[in-house]
Design a protein around this ligand. Structure first.
Ligand SMILES: O=C(O)CCC(=O)C(=O)O
Ligand SMILES: [Fe+2]
Length: 311
């Protein structure tokens, strides 16, 4: 087959989108080519062509391999210690007591502290998230928690995509990064997980919520991550001091995020100084809700979504 004919054949996978995109703007070119490379059939947790070099440069290959096999992973050296200290201060400053519990929560955090926004748009976290929940992913729930010492039993395990029916889709829809500002060991309350349970693609039964677990121990500067299907739960802190964690959840573009941060897209002053990646996480490029009386959805954005959804 000649080169020209091959190009035409590959482009047939993006032909409709190219029409909506009117000649495909430069920034979308790598995405269009990436869809052509996979012929629109990128497999679950496969690294799309346009992402491969970034994933390699960020040193994510080993963590991704562990994540595919076991449903969770540790990513080391995500941010320097001073960034973790700043995040800790932000969470403590914005936290409120949880009624009836000896813990504190800082809810709805995106856009409320630069240290939170920096970690939520961290390049390692975003590249890892994109491999798992796809291009065009959105911020879902960004929340901080503070845990104290306790003699209680653990609360058992769950899968994070609680509003999805089973069997869960093979392409992961929800990914949670757990950023322990001080690091976390088992006795310090590290999150616990049932390795490989994501393969069940369903919620645990009541009996299975008591399954045997292993701790996800993380050194300061690193991050724990799990997919929406794997069974996991908070550990119990058996020593003094506090465990301060940011739980940053992201979702595949077609699913409904937990927190609604769209108000930030109306705030020009905020956006002017927010990290570059924030607009995408807030769904600025998505076509949902763009129809108005007298005009249907934004077809450019729709065309863009048909590309991003396949990566
Ligand atoms: O606090 C933890 O260790 C885990 C909490 C949890 O289940 C989550 O963030 O999805
Ligand atoms: Fe969870």
């Amino acid at each position: 087959m000649s080169g020209a004919a091959q190009t035409t054949d590959d482009q047939s996978f993006t032909e409709t989108a190219r029409r909506f995109l009117e000649g495909s703007p430069e920034e979308l070119k790598p995405l269009l080519e990436s869809v052509e490379k996979s012929r629109g059939l990128l497999g679950p947790d496969d690294v799309a062509d346009h992402l491969r070099a970034r994933v390699e440069a960020l040193g994510l290959a080993d963590s991704l391999a562990h994540f595919r096999a076991h449903g969770y992973a540790v990513i080391e050296d995500v941010a320097p210690p001073e960034e973790m200290d700043a995040l800790r201060e932000a969470i403590h400053g914005l936290s409120e007591p949880v009624p009836g519990a000896d813990s504190r929560v800082a809810a709805f955090l995106l856009g409320r502290h630069p240290a939170v926004d920096r970690i939520a748009t961290n390049p390692k976290i975003l590249a890892f998230a994109e491999v798992s929940v796809g291009n065009g992913l959105r911020a879902s729930q960004i929340i901080g928690s503070i845990m104290h010492r306790s003699d209680a039993e653990s609360a058992g395990v769950h899968a994070d995509q609680g509003w999805l029916p089973a069997p869960f889709p093979e392409h992961n829809c929800v990914i949670t990064f757990c950023v322990p500002c001080e690091g976390m060991t088992a006795e310090e309350g590290a999150t616990r997980v049932v390795p490989g349970s994501h393969a069940e693609r369903r919620h645990p039964t009541p009996a299975e919520t008591r399954s045997e677990t292993v701790p996800i121990e993380v050194k300061k500067g690193g991050v724990a991550v799990w997919n929406g299907s794997v069974w996991h739960g908070a550990g119990v802190r058996r020593v003094g001091g506090t465990r301060t964690v940011l739980h940053a959840t992201y979702q595949r573009l077609y699913t409904q995020p937990i927190d609604d941060y769209t108000y930030l897209l109306e705030d020009e002053e905020y956006l002017a100084s927010a990290p570059e990646a924030m607009r995408g996480l807030l769904g600025e490029r998505l076509f949902f809700g763009t129809a108005k009386s007298g005009s249907m959805v934004d077809l450019r954005k729709f065309g863009e979504a048909t590309i991003r959804a396949k990566l």
